[in-house]
Design a protein around this ligand. Structure first.
Ligand code: ASP
Ligand code: MG
Length: 421
């Protein structure tokens, strides 16, 4: 079981979490609980680091920011004990959770859960601070912002748990943002790959890395609401969204005689910016001359279009970068104007990327044309397109984001019969 920062914010809420934990235990489960720091706490700690030293040492940053989870883990153990439930905390170094690579963005390499398993076998609830691990040098590390999800999946894998239930402030994964489309539906099942694509285009429910880890380790993950009471159905009845493998999904579709969907979800992302370089020489090496310096500066380029060359052996190249990197990218390109040999850099940060995602499109044609037609009928202009095996993304004017999401949600038959309350 994993509880996020909103669920752990204050004694009252921690008591409610303890109640949920106890109920699971009473239902006959052995439980390990991974917790986040109280909502806002990690931001506060990061700020202290910045104030102390703007060029902070990541190893000391980890010492500071990992403390938020230590507090909530101890408090949950205390609260469980106050309810007469045997519980103890297991800090990252005590389990231990071994990690590799850089401080502040460490990766889990292995978890030696033997001692913890023995304690759980003896009837004790294990409470684990998320986000933290132990470096090869014996120092504390953290797994990157949002890393408690990854801690939870890692611990679930090490325990060979039946399930990793991620309790959060939403009650599942939806076909699209319910704030935009009132008829968005909660998905009962979604595959790892769909979840990864949805996350990478702005539908952030879980840390992306936790989904990759779950996929690699075959951990069944459920996203569900922590705002429940004694009357709410147990997590065992799967009230949230289950994230499963392709194979499991195929079996589920067959068993429940469900119609397999072409498109599972629609995501939007307003954090991209568009760059157009005009009159780039149309010759080998020109494109590489543009993207190599961006790659060297760790700027992620997403969508790319190169137009057909004009008569004069010149062409326009359009691509997108994260909005936060736009100024840096523009400066880098201006710097290389001579070598690359373009005429102008035109930028636009008022763009949005809309993506339709679904494993169903692997085996079906016509998914893209449905998208283009639906957008055209509403007069929405497409500025760039990119695709993967299970995703089609288009770049449009940011002002048309909500309209595009609604239109596509309807076009792919995703609307629920009644709007969510
Ligand atoms: N507390 C950490 C953060 O805010 C880790 C987490 O909550 O997942 O990023
Ligand atoms: Mg989180």
């Amino acid at each position: 079981m994993k509880f996020g920062g909103t669920s752990m914010a204050g004694s009252e809420r921690i008591r409610r979490v303890a109640g949920i934990v106890r109920r699971q235990q009473a239902a006959g489960h052995q439980v390990a609980v991974v917790v986040s720091a109280m909502a806002g706490e990690t931001d506060r700690l990061v700020n202290f680091c910045r104030e102390a030293n703007p060029l902070y040492d990541p190893a000391e940053y980890d010492v500071v920011v990992a403390s938020g989870e230590q507090v909530t883990a101890g408090l949950l153990a205390l609260t469980l004990q106050a309810m007469g439930c045997r519980a103890r905390s297991w800090l990252g170094w005590q389990i231990p959770i071994h990690t590799q690579e850089a401080h502040a963005k460490a990766r889990i390499s292995s978890i030696d859960a033997e001692a913890m398993i023995a304690a759980m076998d003896a009837g004790e609830v294990a409470v684990i601070p998320g986000f933290q691990g132990l470096s090869e040098q014996g120092r504390i590390t953290t797994l990157g912002r949002g890393g408690s999800d990854t801690s939870a999946v890692g611990v679930a894998a090490a325990l060979k748990a039946d399930r990793c239930d991620i309790y959060t402030d939403v009650d599942g994964v939806y076909t699209t943002d319910p704030r935009i489309v009132a008829r968005a539906r909660k998905l009962k099942y979604v595959t790892y790959e769909e979840m990864l694509e949805l996350a990478s285009v702005g539908a952030k429910v879980l840390q992306t890395r936790s989904v990759s880890l779950a996929m690699k380790e075959g951990v069944r993950v459920q996203v569900l609401s922590s705002f429940i009471d004694e009357e709410s159905p147990l997590a065992d009845t799967l009230p949230g969204t289950m994230i499963v493998s392709d194979d499991d999904m195929a079996k589920i579709v067959e068993e429940h005689e469900m119609e397999s969907q072409l498109v599972t979800g629609i995501a939007h992302d307003k954090n991209e910016a568009r760059i157009v370089l005009t009159r780039v020489p149309d010759r080998p090496g020109a494109v590489s001359g543009i993207f190599a310096p961006l790659a060297d500066a760790s700027i992620n380029v997403d969508m790319i279009i190169q137009n057909v060359g004009r008569d004069k052996g010149e062409t326009d190249v359009t691509f997108t970068v994260p909005q936060a990197d736009l100024a840096r990218a523009q400066a880098l390109l201006e710097d290389k104007r001579e070598t690359i040999g373009f005429n102008r850099v035109i930028t636009d940060s008022k763009v949005a990327k809309i993506s339709v995602v679904g494993v169903g499109m692997r085996s079906h044609a016509g998914v893209a044309s449905t998208m283009f037609k639906a957008l055209a009928e509403r007069g929405i202009n497409i500025q760039a397109i990119s695709t993967s095996e299970i995703k089609i993304s288009v770049l449009i004017d940011e002002d048309e984001t909500e309209l595009a999401v609604r239109v596509l949600h309807t076009a792919y038959g995703l609307d629920a019969d009644v709007p969510a309350e």
